[in-house]
Write a protein that binds this ligand. Sequence first.
Ligand SMILES: [Cu+2]
Length: 273
Amino acid sequence: MPKGYEVGYDAFTINGRMLGHGEPVRVKKGERVLFHILNGSAGEIRSLALPGHTFSVIAMDGNPLPKSVRVPGLWLGTAERISAVVEMNHPGVWIMGDVGDDDRHHGMGIVVEYAGYKGKAQWVAPKPFKWNYASFGQVQLPAQAPDEVFDMMFAKDNAAVEGFNRWTINGVAYPSDQMMAIPLFHLREGKRYRLRMRNASDDIHPIHLHRHTFELTKVAGRQTSGVMKDVVMVGGYQEVEVDFTADNPGLTLFHCHQQLHMDHGFMSLFDYA
Ligand SMILES: [Cu+2]
């Protein structure tokens, strides 16, 4: 099958400025700096590294983690938020930027400048690292059992909508001309639900549930608990399970946060009985 169209980008910014423009982040040796990072792109997944430094992640999507977890770099799907502390213990003038050279060369970075240091900002590629949400949770403590499980299969019809891919959840593409489509998933207030999501495509989907916070319970076969989020990336051909309590009656949209996927079917509606 021919592949569908994708969107490309020419310029990338942090706080509205491309790398090399705007003011650097000015720090002093010994400081602990808390970064609140939001991936505000409509369609891009981002990485972020700062040469010679590590990130202690303390919160995801605004929810504190059970414990802080130190990682060499960050990975954020569309609309994800990470709060992380960086100990400034490696003086110099550095580029904090995307590990993808092409995106960084097109602006995705910001200069971190230590007091007393001048000159051209340096980039050093970090050692490869694998992002796994389960590392941020509690492995030994299984999540509470749900009252009901919803199985969800995400699939792609290549180039099916005027050259763009069409996306389906359990075989249904959300109709683009009907904002109030028929709800496919029904909730009862107070019950705990598990979404067992299976990605039958090779794309990564940053999945978002409106009006609720979910707990990650299984990521690619790894049990976890205690990580509360509202966006989670489901990798290509990966399975992810999340649990949530139905505690906010009303119509609730569930969708992939990749705008192009959402525009072509990747949404579904929950309602309360
Ligand atoms: Cu998607």
